[in-house]
Design a binder for this molecule. Structure first.
Ligand code: NAI
Ligand code: MG
Length: 399
C-alpha cells in the first residue's frame, strides 16, 4: 500500500517540539507515513496577515488527516500591533486558526478522552471510608459538539431593530428584559440544529458500542434550558431506544456533573454535550488524569473524513524558548494514538499506549509537571525528564 500522507501542523511555541517528538515515537512504533508541514499560527498572522493560509487549507483538503501542535492567540489590539507594518492599513482582524479549521471543514465532532494511567502521580485521589485514600480509575470519552451552541458566534450588543423586535415576541423577554433600554442589552445565542445534534449523539453511541462502554450520559441542563438541552436529551432517548438498547442512557446537569466528577468519576463512560458544556466538562475530567500534559483530542467530520488531532494545551510561550524543552509530550502522543485509531491502525496505537503506561507506572522518567515542580529552566538538572527524554523512554518500551 502507498504510504499515507499526514499533514503536520506544528504551529507555535511548544507545539513544535511536542509534534516533533511525537513523530519520532510514531516512526519508532512502525507507523509508515510521509509528513507534509502546513503553515499555521502567529508567524503567518504577523508576516502575511493570515494565521491559516489558503495553502494550509489546500493541504488538508488533499490529505485529510492532520496532527496539530498548538498555536498562540492574542487579544485583538495586541494582534494588530504585531502585524507587519505594510499590512496595518489593510483592515485585517485576527481570528483563531483553530476555529477557522473547524468552520471550514465542518469538524463538528470533538472527542476528548480522559483515561487515568496507573502510577501517574497527578491522578486525582479522594478520601474514602475511614479516611482511606482512594484513587478512582477514570475512563471517560467526552463528545463535544464543536460548531454550534454558545460558541456559534451569533450575538449582539445593542441589537438591531429587527432582532429586537423578534425578541419582543417572546413573553419572557418582555417580562424580564422589556424595560431595559436596547442599548444596554447584550445577547449571545445558543443555537442547536437537529442535524448536528443527531451527529454528535450518534458518534457518542457508536463509540460506546465500539469500545465497550456501558453508558452514554447527556450532560446538559434540560430542566432549565428546555429547548436546546431538552432537544438533545429527547433525541438521545429516541436514538437509544431505537438503535442502542444495550447502552444505558443517563442524564446529568452540567453543574451537578462538575460536583460528581470529584465524587464518583469512575462511574461515567461516554459523555456527550453541547459546545460549551462539553468544553467545561472535558477540562474538568482532564484535571483528574493529570491536566494539560495528558489531555488529548480529536476533531473530525465523519462525512468528509477530515480530522485534526491535537493536545488541548496551548503554545505555553513561557517555556517555548528554553534551551532544553521541559514540557510533557504525552498529550500530543496520545492525540497521535487517536489518529492511529481513526486510521484503523489499532495495533500501533495499542503498542504506543502500552509503552506510555509502562513508563508512567515505572516512575523513573517524569517530566516536571509529573514531579510537581514549578516549570523552570533547571528542572532537568533537578531530575525531571526533558521532552526528548520522555519520548526516548516511551520509544525504549515499544519493544
Ligand atoms: P497553555 O496551555 O499554553 O499553558 C498553560 C500552562 O499549562 C503552561 O504554562 C504550563 O504550565 C502548562 N502546560 C501546558 N502544556 C503543557 C505540557 N505539554 N506539559 C506540561 N505543562 C504544560 O495555555 P496559556 O498559557 O493560557 O496560553 C498560551 C497560548 O496558547 C495563548 O496564546 C493561547 O491563546 C494559546 N492556546 C492555544 C491552544 C491551542 O492551540 N489549541 C489552546 C489553549 C491556549
Ligand atoms: Mg478549554
Amino acid at each position: 500500500m502507498a504510504k499515507r500522507t499526514i499533514v503536520s501542523l506544528p504551529g507555535d511555541g511548544i507545539g513544535r517540539v511536542v509534534l516533533e517528538e511525537t513523530i519520532r515515537v510514531l516512526e519508532a512504533a512502525g507507523f509508515e507515513a510521509n509528513y507534509v508541514e502546513g503553515d499555521i499560527g502567529w508567524e503567518f498572522w504577523t508576516k502575511e496577515g493570515n494565521p491559516l493560509p489558503q495553502r494550509t487549507i489546500d493541504l488538508l483538503e488533499e490529505h485529510k488527516v492532520a496532527l496539530f501542535g498548538a498555536i498562540t492567540s492574542k487579544p485583538k489590539d495586541e494582534a494588530f500591533e504585531e502585524l507587519a507594518p505594510e499590512l496595518k492599513e489593510k483592515g485585517l482582524v485576527y481570528s483563531s486558526p483553530i476555529v477557522g479549521l473547524r468552520q471550514h471543514f465542518g469538524l463538528d465532532i470533538c472527542l476528548r478522552p480522559c483515561k487515568s494511567y496507573i502510577g501517574n502521580p497527578l491522578n486525582f485521589v479522594k478520601r474514602g471510608i475511614g479516611d482511606e485514600i482512594v484513587e478512582p480509575a477514570v475512563d471517560v470519552a467526552i463528545f463535544r459538539q464543536n460548531t454550534e451552541g454558545l460558541y456559534g458566534g451569533v450575538e449582539w450588543t445593542n441589537p438591531n431593530e429587527k432582532v429586537y423586535e423578534g425578541l419582543l415576541t417572546h413573553p419572557k423577554f418582555v417580562k424580564n428584559f422589556g424595560s431595559t433600554p436596547k442599548e444596554e442589552l447584550s445577547v449571545s445565542t445558543r443555537i442547536f440544529t437537529k442535524k448536528a445534534t443527531e451527529r454528535i449523539l450518534r458518534a457518542a453511541f457508536d463509540h460506546a458500542v465500539k469500545y465497550g462502554y456501558k453508558s452514554v450520559t447527556v450532560c446538559e441542563k434540560p430542566n432549565v434550558i428546555r429547548e436546546t438541552s431538552g432537544m438533545m436529551y429527547k433525541m438521545a432517548l429516541q436514538m437509544q431506544t431505537a438503535d442502542y438498547p444495550q447502552i444505558e442512557l443517563w442524564n446529568t446537569n452540567i453543574d451537578a456533573q462538575m460536583m460528581w466528577l470529584t465524587k464518583n468519576p469512575e462511574t461515567y463512560g461516554v459523555i456527550v454535550a453541547g459546545n460549551m458544556f462539553g468544553d467545561i466538562v472535558s477540562d474538568g475530567f482532564a484535571g483528574l488524569i493529570g491536566g494539560l500534559g495528558f489531555a488529548c483530542s480529536a476533531q473530525y467530520n465523519p462525512d468528509s473524513g477530515v480530522a485534526v488531532f491535537e493536545p488541548t494545551h496551548g503554545s505555553a510561550p513561557k517555556y517555548a524558548d528554553f534551551p532544553t524543552s521541559i514540557v510533557n509530550p504525552i498529550a500530543m502522543i496520545e492525540s497521535a494514538c487517536m489518529m492511529l485509531d481513526f486510521l484503523d491502525e489499532n495495533k500501533i496505537s495499542a503498542k504506543i499506549r502500552k509503552a506510555v503506561a509502562e513508563v508512567i507506572s515505572e516512575g523513573k522518567t517524569r517530566t516536571y509537571d509529573m514531579m510537581k515542580m514549578p516549570g523552570r529552566v533547571d528542572v532537568v538538572e533537578k531530575g525531571a525528564a526533558s521532552t526528548t527524554q520522555m519520548a526516548d523512554a516511551i520509544i525504549s518500551k515499544l519493544g
